[in-house]
Ligand binder design. Structure first.
Ligand code: GTR
Length: 325
């Protein structure tokens, strides 16, 4: 966090003020893998506007989009060390670190986007945010990332049998590796920024993501078959470095928390429009959007639940999520 004194010392002395009494500006650096204009990037900018207004210009957020600060797993480490103040990341790359992050990352755990929103907005969401504290992170809010589906470059997936032998990139999460393997395919964990060329050169056959990411990453240029199996509805999370948080006053912490919460509905509006626009755009670029029978995909996931829902606490979280109407 850069806290610098806006009014120079000499001006303050002339005005008869001690420098300590002069208002300080707090600049929070925020990371996002997505390009400018993407709903998550715009939502954190909007949060920054709210914070700036509410603090009389004292607290500002600088959003570094397009992976300027690094790929997600690296930026998570940097945020834990306090080098990056704020980070908007998928829950997926936290799966190997924060046990609770695995639960909303389970395939087909949510019945619908609405179910996900109700769960993440309630007590369960608060409990999952709190689970980041022991890892030097403060969970502030969840954003939408819609549903992720598989896409391929050469062999379209029209039934679960078409998964066999295909290599799919997944986020760096053991849970997602086992999810893809349980579907009869081969998983290759790799950073998001390497996926385009890996598909293009045939190192992998495809990947999986939501429609806005499939479009903005240009993966739609090299993998034209998009199969709506919707295996994951993994929310995004906005986290703050614990060390940055601890340097804020209690009042400023409250301003940050509230501005983050208040940016959620804005992000969801942008998100819903982005999904519709992306599906139209990729179809216009020549992608085939394939409807598929989801039940065989759902049935194949039992082993993943057995392996990753491995403590009474996680079993309880799964049961609570299922009970939410
Ligand atoms: C996107 C998500 C990113 C990143 C990416 C990926 O949907 O918004 O934060 O995790 O997926 O697959 O790496």
């Amino acid at each position: 966090m850069n806290i610098f004194i806006k009014v120079t010392a000499s001006v303050a002395i002339l005005a008869g003020l001690s420098t300590a009494a002069v208002a300080q500006e707090i600049v929070l650096r925020s990371s996002d893998t997505h390009p400018d204009g993407y709903p998550t990037v715009e939502a954190v900018k909007y949060m920054g506007q709210l914070l700036s207004e509410r603090s009389g210009g004292r607290i500002v957020i600088e959003v570094y989009h397009s992976s300027q600060l690094g790929q997600e797993t690296d930026t998570i480490e940097q945020t834990r060390f306090g080098v990056i103040d704020l980070n908007r990341v998928s829950l997926g790359p936290f799966n190997n670190l924060v046990a609770e992050s695995k639960v909303p990352s389970l395939p087909y755990i949510f019945r619908s986007i609405e179910h996900m929103r109700t769960v993440m907005d309630g007590d369960i969401g608060e409990d999952i945010l709190a689970a980041f504290e022991p890892y030097d992170l403060v969970g502030l809010a969840f954003y939408d990332a819609g549903a992720r589906s598989f896409y391929t470059s050469t062999t379209p997936i029209r039934s679960i049998e078409d998964m066999a032998g295909q290599k799919f990139r997944v986020q760096q999460s053991d849970l997602f590796v086992d999810m893809v393997n349980a579907l009869g395919a081969d998983a290759v964990p790799m950073p998001y920024g390497e996926v385009y060329s890996a598909i293009q050169t045939g190192v992998i056959d495809g990947a999986e993501n939501n429609p806005p990411s499939y479009l903005s990453s240009a993966h739609a240029e090299v993998a034209k078959y998009y199969t709506l199996d919707e295996h994951l509805i993994v929310p995004e999370i906005l986290v703050m470095a614990r060390s940055t948080w601890d340097r804020l006053s209690a009042e400023d912490q409250e301003l940050v928390r509230q501005a983050a919460k208040d940016s959620v509905s804005h992000q969801r509006e942008l998100w819903d429009a982005a999904v519709t626009d992306a599906l139209e755009a990729v179809a216009a670029m020549g992608s085939e959007i394939i409807e598929i029978e989801k039940q065989p995909f759902i049935d194949a996931m039992d082993s993943v639940y057995e392996r990753y829902v491995d403590t009474p606490e996680l079993q309880d979280l799964v049961a609570r999520i299922k009970a939410v109407q």
